[in-house]
Design a protein around this ligand. Structure first.
Ligand code: MIC
Ligand code: SF4
Length: 753
């Protein structure tokens, strides 16, 4: 039986009435995304039509998921909300804090010792408040969600940007910061600007070396890292039906990389098969009763251009395998063009490592298709040229692939099998030699490849591709190997051509597992003690942020003018810093240390306007704070792209930065800034970015008149006494302005407002 099946049945019972009402209000056939949104309104039955990209709407998500690296801050905040129990089904997953080094068994034991305090905290808070807890080693949050909790037509939020993975089962699953999760766990509405809709029509059928991953690598190439901002991507067409549910999950997962709010697919047979194989025939039976509500109205897919804001068409039969990177997931290169591209850009051609796993590609199907390539290498006497590592997505997958001989086949090739966890994908990789900072290339099936992300080495060129291509490239040891046309030399000096991958979508003998690693919460947790030691270096209880003093901000200093890409990895780096995710003061020592200073093109070196020296960003900011001087951060486009980590907003807030002024924001980060009581502003005129100088002092002229839709006026006083007055736009609505005034959204919840 599925978890929370009664809740799921209730969603289906209420769906027809709500969707029918919405169709009447909107006055035309509905997309799937609209059906899910309109059937999850806080007001229950819809009473008005919403305008896309304009109206803020209150929603009632069905469930919440948190992973260990973000759950600490989310739950520390939730503890302030004064509730006895979470209001909707919620789970916590331990997956980010486990380092990959020698292999699963030893690495997990090390993590359980090193992060014991954090795991114990998460386990006891979960037990206290009625939250399902998935222990370290149980798997990566998004695979566990897909295997256990996702259901067609549902709406969920999760404190991780790849929550969107659950779109593979026809959900709308959306990544948020911890403060948003706290709203929903506390029984309040969750607010989102009604998204725009991008339709992707998939014709033809995947074949040969092409995999679902290539669909999203192609879409990322078309839309770029910010092309999906504020939009839901809805996939449909014959090509969509021919893909597995986990393959659909891969596509939705990487929708985070184009900034999309989420992505989804209509309910189909692939979802029925996956639900049944993962023990949820009850969900299939319930969903089948309302099947027409779990996909768009037929008119929509017949004439998509009338219903979507943007339409993309991809013919799967013609799609080539793609290899995206380095340093950004939207730089797509079809395999046939790689020789040329790699040579003209001088990318290191030798592949040092091939890594298969991460939440986007760690399903049974992924492992079974990748191993079909590995098996060919072994059978043909080819010694792989690169090292190999895999992270299975969940204990259920690991157990099943071990039973089916897949692990053994990987190991024949010297593959390291790491813990069922994020591992190298988030810098939890103790890669030998990474500290030498040599230029090198790795290929992986993850979703992100920002600088330093996997091994901390800024010279590692990481390329994202499908698991089967990772296997082929790692075996050949070359980035420009094209398995469709090229041959490999085996150990006997013979030429061998690899044949295309094949594999089972689902295990023919069914999934199996001995201990999935789940801990159910106490039925009544009121007596459970949650202890945080005041001496802890890993956890720190939160102090409420101070409310706004009602005055204009005057005499603020420019902390940094960040140039170019500034993702949440640049603002609050992961890897070794993950251990401080529950300790705001300690983690604040990584604030913006990866951002490039426009004025000297260096990272973590900014001018201290108090004494004119140059120092590390957090250190300089701590001096401003100690001197009671406010500060402002200036940034470029798509600032805060990537992760949902609210630390990227809480750290500047904690250290006394007042405003972040950029050309444009990534959605989750903008909301995180608002929730934490910061000013997130955008240049009304982008060219004003060029006017900002290193020694600037900033005065807010009309913050006392802060109101929705009204730009703020900022005066930049330069060192020579001249001034530039510029306009800064913002997207705060009335209630968000209240968060700013109160010091944070949480301060309002705690005050019972
Ligand atoms: C990531 O992939 O960057 C992470 C680590 O999963 C983050 C969450 C985090 O920073 O904890 C995400 O994607 O939201
Ligand atoms: Fe974990 Fe990587 Fe997925 Fe983030 S993207 S949840 S770090 S596997």
């Amino acid at each position: 039986m599925a978890f929370d099946i009664e809740m799921i049945k209730k969603v289906y019972e209420t769906m027809p009435e709500r969707v029918n009402k919405a169709r009447e209000l909107v006055g035309r056939p509905l997309t799937l995304s609209e059906k899910i949104l309109y059937s999850h309104l806080w007001e229950r039955v819809p009473s008005q039509k919403f305008e896309r990209a304009k109206d803020y709407v209150d929603f009632a998500p069905d469930r919440v998921a948190c992973q260990d690296a973000t759950a600490q801050m989310a739950l520390l905040q939730f503890m302030h909300a004064g509730k006895e129990q979470v209001a909707v089904p919620t789970t916590v997953h331990c997956d980010h804090l486990i380092q990959a080094k020698v292999g699963a068994e030893k690495d997990l034991a090390v993590a359980n010792t090193q992060s014991k305090e954090v795991f114990d905290f998460l386990s006891s808070v979960s037990n206290r408040y009625g939250i399902g807890f998935w222990k370290p080693g149980s798997g990566i949050i998004h695979q566990i969600i897909l295997e256990n909790y996702a259901f067609p037509g549902g709406l969920m939020i999760g404190t991780d940007s790849h929550t969107v993975n659950a779109g593979g089962l026809g959900m709308l699953a959306i990544g948020v910061g911890g403060a948003d999760a706290v709203d929903v766990m506390s029984g309040m509405a969750w607010e989102l600007k009604f998204p725009k809709l991008i339709g992707v029509k998939l014709t033809g059928k995947l074949n040969g070396w092409t995999a679902p991953k290539d669909v999203i690598l192609k879409v990322a190439d078309i839309l770029t890292v910010k092309g999906g901002t504020g939009a839901i991507v809805e996939y449909f067409g014959e090509g969509a039906k021919s893909m597995s549910a986990t393959g659909k999950g891969t596509i939705c997962n990487m929708g985070a990389e184009i900034g999309a709010t989420t992505s989804t697919f209509g309910y189909d047979d692939s979802m029925r098969r996956y639900l049944a194989a993962t023990g949820r025939q009850d969900v299939v039976d319930a969903a089948d009763q309302v099947a027409s509500y779990l996909t768009a109205d037929p008119e929509v897919y017949a004439n998509p251009e009338q219903y979507f804001d943007q339409l993309i068409e991809i013919n799967l039969s013609e799609l080539e395998p793609h290899i995206n990177g380095p340093f950004t997931p939207d730089r797509g290169t079809p395999v046939s063009k790689m020789k040329e591209e790699a040579a003209s850009n001088g990318w290191p051609l030798k592949v040092e490592w091939g890594l298969i796993g991460s939440c986007t590609n760690s399903s049974y199907e992924d492992m079974s298709r990748a191993v079909s390539i590995v098996n060919q290498a072994v059978a043909n006497n080819i010694t792989p040229k690169a090292e190999f590592g895999i992270n299975p997505g969940s204990e259920q997958i690991r157990y099943t692939i071990e039973r089916d001989g897949i692990i053994e086949a990987f190991e024949k090739m010297g593959t390291k099998v790491f813990t069922n966890a994020c591992g190298p994908c988030i810098g939890q990789w103790d890669r030998e030699g990474a500290d030498k900072q040599e230029r090198n290339t790795i290929v992986h099936s993850f979703n992100r490849n920002f600088s330093k992300r996997a091994d901390g080495n800024p010279n590692t060129h990481a390329f994202v591709t499908s698991p089967e291509m990772v296997a082929a490239l790692a075996i050949s040891g070359r980035l420009d190997f094209n398995p469709l046309t090229d041959t490999l030399l085996n150990d006997n000096g013979e030429e061998v051509k690899l044949t295309p991958p094949y594999g089972d979508e689902l295990p023919t003998k069914g999934f199996d597992v001995e201990d999935p690693g789940y801990q159910a919460p106490a039925a009544d947790g009121s007596s459970v003690q949650v202890v945080v030691s005041p001496e802890s270096q890993r956890l720190q209880l939160l102090e409420p942020f101070q409310p706004w003093n009602g005055q204009n901000i005057n005499g603020a200093k420019l902390l940094i003018k960040a140039e170019g890409k500034c993702t949440t990895d640049h603002i609050s780096m992961a890897g070794p810093w993950l251990r401080f995710r529950g300790h705001l003061d300690n983690i604040s020592n990584n604030m913006l240390i990866g951002a490039i200073n426009f004025f000297n093109k260096e990272a973590n070196k900014v001018k201290n306007q108090i004494d004119g020296t140059y120092g590390e960003v957090p250190a300089v900011q701590r001096q401003y704070k100690a001197a009671g001087i406010p500060s402002v951060v200036v940034g470029d486009h798509n600032y805060g792209e990537g992760s949902s980590r609210e630390h990227a907003a809480m750290e500047p807030r904690h250290l006394g930065v007042k405003a972040v002024l950029v050309k444009s924001f990534a959605r989750i980060h903008e909301t995180n800034l608002k929730k934490q009581g910061m000013l997130g502003l955008t240049f009304a005129n982008e060219a004003d970015y060029d006017k900002i100088q290193e020694d600037d002092t900033i005065n807010f002229l009309d913050l006392t008149k802060f109101a929705p839709g009204k730009p703020l006026t900022l005066e930049f006083v330069h060192a020579d006494g001249t001034k530039d007055t510029i306009l800064a736009n913002h997207t705060y609505n009335n209630s968000q302005i209240e968060w700013f005034k109160a010091g944070s959204a949480l301060n309002l919840i705690a005050a019972g407002k």
